[in-house]
Design a protein around this ligand. Structure first.
Ligand SMILES: Nc1ncnc2c1ncn2[C@@H]1O[C@H](COP(=O)(O)OP(=O)(O)O)[C@@H](O)[C@H]1O
Ligand SMILES: [Mg+2]
Length: 247
């Protein structure tokens, strides 16, 4: 095994769909408590990479180390344990439409822990307050605004108190107010020591919450910089991408 570089480490990751090579040797790591911003054009494989980090996709080649342990060869039973530690906040929220907000949040707790209903109720009420969702517990997701749905999705992913959170475009389509609320939630989790990867096209959010940024381009991490470096002297390919001069 390679020298341990971070809480999450992806080594020589290759993934294809049919003849289409999406990832052709992706390498990066994220240290404990750090937030990595992952940017790149549409269809470059950002979501597939996140899905792979919770074992929902398998690469043809490469390793995905979580705390030094490769999850690629793991069977579903072991992956269930990994998903308690690593939460994937899906693009679009992926809420159960026919369940109330309360039931959506209760789902992971009932699935994974033996809490009493009283304890579940207490935890959910606290969580709704934390995410500014008080009073929405009896509402169906379809009757909430897009911004609130995203927050419910995030609140649900957080019910398990994960050590890692993978955010897939959490602010896409949100107005500035809801974008700010999401940024605040990400920062508050970061203060609690949560390690994260943020996939987004929203550069202000990257600047607000990330420690470093990587650009996924042509199947590889083309460039990677710390936020400080990015602020000081905008580098080549990443600068072009951010300024809309390349895909
Ligand atoms: N299940 C799948 N079957 C076939 N192709 C897929 C599948 N999932 C993703 N892809 C393809 O992989 C590429 C990367 O997808 P994705 O990770 O969703 O991109 P991004 O999130 O960067 O926009 C796209 O070309 C997409 O069409
Ligand atoms: Mg995507």
């Amino acid at each position: 095994m390679s020298e341990k570089k971070g809480f999450i480490e992806v080594i020589d990751f290759h993934k294809s769909f049919g003849s289409k090579k999406v990832h052709q040797g992706v390498n990066f790591f994220v240290r404990k408590g750090e937030c990595l911003g992952l940017i790149g054009g549409s269809g470059t494989g950002k979501s597939v990479l996140l899905r792979s980090l919770v074992g929902l996709e398998k690469p043809e080649r490469g390793q995905i180390l979580i705390e030094g342990v490769d999850i690629v060869p793991m069977k579903e039973r072991q992956l269930v344990e990994i998903r308690k530690k690593v939460a994937y906040a899906f693009q679009g929220g992926a809420l159960f439409d026919s369940m109330t907000v309360f039931e959506n949040l209760a789902y992971p707790l009932r699935e994974h822990f033996g809490f009493s209903e009283k304890e579940i109720h207490k935890q959910i009420m606290e969580q709704l307050k934390e995410f500014g969702l008080e009073g929405s517990e009896k509402t169906l997701p379809g009757n909430l605004s897009g911004g609130m749905q995203k927050r419910v999705g995030l609140a649900r992913a957080m019910m398990m108190h994960p050590e890692v959170v993978l955010y897939d475009e959490p602010t896409a389509g949100l107005d500035p107010y809801n974008t700010k609320r999401i940024q605040e939630s990400i920062l508050s989790l970061k203060e609690k020591g949560v390690t994260s990867i943020l996939v987004t096209h929203d550069m202000p959010t990257v600047y607000a919450v990330c420690d470093k940024v990587a650009l996924l381009q042509q199947g590889r991490i083309g460039e990677q910089y710390t936020i400080e470096k990015l602020r000081q002297e905008p580098p080549g390919a990443m600068s072009q991408f951010i300024n809309g001069e390349s895909a």
